[in-house]
Design a binder for this molecule. Structure first.
Ligand code: ATP
Length: 346
């Protein structure tokens, strides 16, 4: 992108603001490298909801959709809003409203003392559908019965799998579709049908489907057999948290959601895989690594490849030399970990 990029910052709740604060100097650093950008900070989250009753007002959503290029998002979820209504209305509205079908979650081992000898090295990328499946929030609770609908549309499945096949072609990774079409005959049946179609169109990609239960077993036994994994919203959520364990847990796992068909100006949202972690919020204990790696994914999406690589390398160097927060067995605060990474930027 040659024009000035407009990035919306939504810290959200809990540790969201703490980790997002560590990404801001990286944006300034990219700006110093000649990348033109402006940022706007938005207040949406539990505090704003409790003070005003607003979650994500329609006007604010439209301004984001049509006036920004991308979003850097912290996390939402707060024990003061037990039904999670504000979180749903903010994050799901953004994912669904912006049609951010593809949620890309790379899990690449970056050597660090906390992992040595404990878990195998992995280089796995998860492509998780981000807007549908059982997370479409349609259902009902009736006396003696509860229903959650899972909706899968051909358009979204095709977009997600199309992006996964494209990525497999460019990286040379094999591609596995996780599904349960043996029981979920309609929804996952659709996934398998489209997967088979695309498999025929991409003869160079080593692609196969696997029942998700067998896949999870194989992933635990030997993750080195796997490269790219594609799944619906629900299975993708579970599989990506499992894979995050191989790279150091929730604090280090990044994600980028995007809309391959580019329906709106705002076409990408970077956020760490973790949630708002209320148990450690406000204590300076959150690991900002997942947020910074998500920022690197956003840089790459914007076409800022040198900055993306430099930030990923800074994370790798910091981890390799023993910088770690408590979740990785160390004692650095969120800010100190952020600084340790930034100090390694060129
Ligand atoms: P969500 O449903 O929004 O994904 P969750 O209920 O899965 O959220 P998280 O907020 O991700 O929960 O937290 C899960 C666990 O991981 C908690 O014990 C939390 O402290 C830990 N955790 C999450 N993020 C971080 C982080 N950045 N650094 C260290 N630990 C974290």
């Amino acid at each position: 992108m040659d024009h000035s990029v407009r990035i919306a910052l939504i810290p959200g709740d809990g540790v969201g603001g703490e980790v997002l604060a560590e990404a801001l100097p990286c944006l300034q650093w990219a700006s110093g490298q000649g990348r033109r950008m402006e940022t706007i900070q938005l207040p949406y989250g539990a505090d704003h909801f409790l003070a005003t009753g607003e979650t994500l007002p329609e006007k604010a959503f439209q301004n984001l959709r049509d006036g920004c290029d991308a979003i850097l998002f912290g996390a939402v979820g707060d024990p003061r809003v037990p039904d999670g209504r504000h979180a749903e209305e903010i994050l799901l509205r953004l994912r669904q409203g912006l049609q951010l079908t593809v949620n890309h979650r790379p899990c690449l081992t970056r050597p660090c003392p906390a992992l040595e000898g404990r878990v195998p090295s992995v280089d796995i990328e998860i492509f998780r559908e981000n807007t549908e499946g059982p997370y479409c929030l349609q259902g009902s609770t009736e006396p003696g019965r509860a229903v959650d609908l899972a909706v899968h549309t051909e358009a979204a499945v095709r977009r997600l799998l199309g992006a996964a096949f494209q990525r497999a072609e460019s990286t040379g990774h094999s591609l596995v579709l996780a599904h349960k079409a043996n029981v979920l005959k309609h929804g996952h049946g659709l996934w398998v049908r489209i997967f088979e179609e695309l498999r025929r169109e991409h003869p160079r990609v080593a692609a196969r489907g696997m029942h998700a239960d067998a896949l999870l077993c194989a992933l635990v036994q030997d993750p080195s057999h796997f490269g790219l994994l594609a799944a619906d919203n629900y299975l993708g959520d579970l599989i990506s948290d499992l894979c995050a364990a191989y790279i150091g847990g929730m604090g280090v796992a990044p994600s980028l959601s995007w809309a391959p068909h580019r329906p709106f100006r705002c076409e990408a949202l970077a956020e760490p895989v973790h949630g708002s972690a209320p148990d450690i919020a406000g204590k300076g204990l959150a690991n900002p690594t997942g947020m910074l790696l998500s920022t690197a994914l956003l840089f790459r999406h914007l076409g800022w490849e040198p900055e993306a690589r430099a930030l990923e390398q800074a994370v790798a160097d910091a981890l390799a030399t023993g910088a770690r927060t408590r979740d990785l067995g160390g004692d650095l605060s969120t800010k100190a970990m952020g600084r340790a990474i930034r100090d390694r930027l060129p």
